[in-house]
Write a protein that binds this ligand. Structure first.
Ligand code: ADP
Length: 468
C-alpha cells in the first residue's frame, strides 16, 4: 500500500514526467539511428566481402583463360593456400582439376551447382552469411569464346558472423552507456526546469497561509522567471491590501470611538438628573451633533464599500453641467459668506451636457467646496471655473487655503486619510469625502486630480466626458 502511494507520488512529479518523456523520445531516436547504422554497416561489409571474393575468382579465371596450363593452375592454387579463401578449379566436365584445400561434401554440392551454371549467370552461388559456412562464387574460364572450366571460390562466413556479433555488442554497449548518461542528464535538466516551479508552489502555499513577505527568486527573463515575477508582484499587492485593511479597521475603530465617547459621556450627564437647563441644552446639542456625525460616517462607509464592490447604483440622465454647478454654488454661498470667503464663478463659454447622476455629482462638488470653505481662512477666496474641450468638461475648484504638502498630496484621496489627524474633531471630517468623490467621478468615466502648494492654496480638477 505504502509502495503504491510512493509510486503514485513519484509518477505525479513533473520532473519525472518530463524526464520520462524526453527519455522515450531519445530512446526512439537512438534505436532508429542504431538500426540504420547497423544495416548500413552490414550491407557495406557484406558487399565488400562478396565483391572481393568475386573479383579474386575473376582474376584467377582471367589468368587461366590466357594460360590454361598445369603451371598456371599450380600458381593459382599456391596463391590461395595461405589466404582465408579456398579455390577449386574445375574442367569443362565439372571435374576437380585442383583445389587449395581438401573439399568437404557440402562444398561438392556447390561445385556441382557451379559446373551447371551457364555463361552470363550470376557469379555468387551462396550469399547467406548467417546460416551457411561459406560464401561461394564461380568464374568461368573462357578460351575462344567457349567455357573450358570454372574457378570456384569459397570464403568462410564465420569471420563475418564474428564481426557482426562484435558490431552488435558495440552498438548495444554504446546504446546502454548513452542511455544511462543521457537519462542522468535529462533528469538533472528536468529537475533544473522544475525546481523553480516547486519553489513557486511552496511560495504560493506560504502566501495562502498569510506569510505575505514570502518572495521567490527571479532568475533570468524566461516564462518561468516571469511567473516568479508575477507571484512576487501578487504577494506585494496582497501585503499592501492586507496592511491597508488593517490600517482601515484601526482608523474606523478610532473614528467610531470619538463620537461614541461623547454620546456616552453626555448621556451619563443627563442620567444623573442634576443638570441645569443650560447643561441639558448643551448635552442634547452635542448628542445630536455626534449622532449626526456617526450617521454620516456609517453612511459614507456603506457607500464606499458598495462602490468598491461595484454594486452602487447610479441614475444616469442627461444633465446640464452648468445647472449642477450653479445649484451647488447657491447651496454653499451663504456658508462662504458667513466665513467671509469670496466665491468667484467663471461660467463656460458654451453649454455643456453630460450623462450623469445629479445627486452624486452634487455630492462631489459639495464635498470639495466644503473642504475649501473649511480649510480656507476668513478673507480668502474660492474660484470655481467651468470650461472644457469638444469631448470633455473640466470643473476647477481652487482655494487660497493652507495647501497640502507634496508628501501628503498623493494620499488625500485614500479612504480615512486626513492631513492632520487631530483636525477631524474640529472639522468633523473622517477622511472619506475625497475617496467617495473620486469613486463617483470614476463611475462617470471621468477623473479627479489635485494640485496644491503649501501657503498658496489647493486646486481640484474634475474632468467628465461630454455627452455625444
Ligand atoms: P475630510 O472629510 O476629513 O475633509 P476628505 O477626504 O474630504 O476628508 O479630505 C481628506 C483630507 O484632505 C482632509 O482631511 C484634509 O486634510 C485634506 N484636504 C482636502 N481638501 C483640502 C483643501 N481644500 N485644503 C487643504 N487640505 C485639504
Amino acid at each position: 500500500m505504502k509502495i503504491t502511494a510512493i509510486l503514485q507520488r513519484f509518477r505525479e512529479r513533473v520532473a519525472v514526467k518530463l524526464g520520462l518523456l524526453l527519455l522515450s523520445v531519445f530512446l526512439l531516436i537512438i534505436f532508429s539511428v542504431g538500426n540504420i547504422l547497423y544495416s548500413l554497416f552490414l550491407n557495406f561489409y557484406l558487399s565488400h566481402v562478396t565483391e572481393e571474393l568475386v573479383q579474386r575468382g575473376h582474376s584467377h579465371a582471367s589468368v587461366l583463360s590466357d594460360h590454361f596450363f598445369p603451371v598456371t593452375i599450380e600458381h593459382v592454387i599456391r596463391m590461395e593456400k595461405g589466404s582465408r579463401f579456398m579455390v577449386v578449379i574445375l574442367n569443362k566436365e565439372g571435374n576437380v582439376i585442383a583445389s587449395s584445400a581438401s573439399i568437404s561434401p557440402l562444398q561438392r554440392d556447390y561445385l556441382k551447382e557451379a559446373s551447371g551454371k551457364k555463361e552470363g549467370q550470376e557469379n555468387t552461388i551462396e550469399k547467406d552469411w548467417d546460416t551457411t559456412p561459406f560464401l561461394v562464387s564461380h568464374s568461368p574460364i573462357m578460351q575462344n569464346g567457349k567455357t573450358t572450366g570454372e574457378v570456384v571460390m569459397f570464403s568462410p562466413t564465420e569471420p563475418i558472423r564474428q564481426a557482426v556479433r562484435l558490431l552488435q555488442w558495440m552498438l548495444m554497449i554504446t546504446g546502454i552507456v548513452t542511455v544511462l548518461v543521457v537519462s542522468g542528464l535529462l533528469f538533472i535538466i528536468s529537475r533544473m526546469v522544475v525546481r523553480p516551479l516547486i519553489e513557486m508552489k511552496q511560495a504560493t502555499s506560504e502566501i495562502a497561509q498569510g506569510r505575505y513577505s514570502t518572495r521567490v527568486p527571479v532568475l533570468g527573463n524566461d516564462e518561468v522567471a516571469q511567473l516568479a515575477h508575477s507571484i512576487n508582484h501578487m504577494s506585494n499587492e496582497i501585503q499592501f491590501y492586507q496592511n491597508q485593511r488593517n490600517e482601515f479597521l484601526a482608523d474606523i475603530g478610532h473614528e467610531l470611538r470619538t463620537p461614541i465617547t461623547y454620546l456616552k459621556g453626555y448621556s451619563e450627564v443627563l442620567l444623573r438628573n442634576d443638570y441645569t437647563p443650560d447643561e441639558l441644552t448643551q448635552s442634547l446639542t452635542i448628542i445630536y451633533e455626534q449622532s449626526n456625525r456617526l450617521q454620516r460616517l456609517v453612511q459614507d462607509l456603506f457607500d464606499l464599500a458598495r462602490m468598491e464592490q461595484g454594486n452602487f447604483s447610479f441614475c444616469f440622465v442627461p444633465l446640464s453641467l452648468e445647472d449642477v454647478v450653479t445649484d451647488v454654488l447657491s447651496l454653499v454661498e451663504s456658508s462662504m459668506d458667513e466665513k467671509k470667503i469670496s466665491l468667484e464663478y467663471e461660467p463656460p463659454a458654451m453649454p455643456m451636457s453630460i450623462e450623469g447622476d445629479k445627486q452624486r455629482l452634487e455630492q462631489v462638488l459639495l464635498n470639495i467646496l466644503e473642504n475649501a470653505r473649511r480649510y480656507t481662512p476668513s478673507g480668502g477666496k474660492v474660484y470655481v471655473r467651468l470650461n472644457g474641450t469638444k469631448t470633455s468638461a473640466e470643473i476647477q475648484i481652487e482655494d487660497t487655503g493652507p495647501g497640502i504638502s507634496s508628501e501628503e498630496l498623493p494620499f488625500i484621496m485614500e479612504r480615512l486619510y486626513r492631513v492632520e489627524k487631530s483636525r477631524s474633531q474640529e472639522t468633523g471630517g473622517a477622511g472619506l469625502g475625497l475617496a467617495i468623490s473620486k469613486k463617483i467621478v470614476e463611475a462617470h468615466h471621468g477623473s479627479l486630480h489635485v494640485e496644491s502648494e503649501v501657503g498658496v492654496g489647493t486646486k481640484f480638477t474634475i474632468q467628465l466626458p461630454l455627452k455625444k
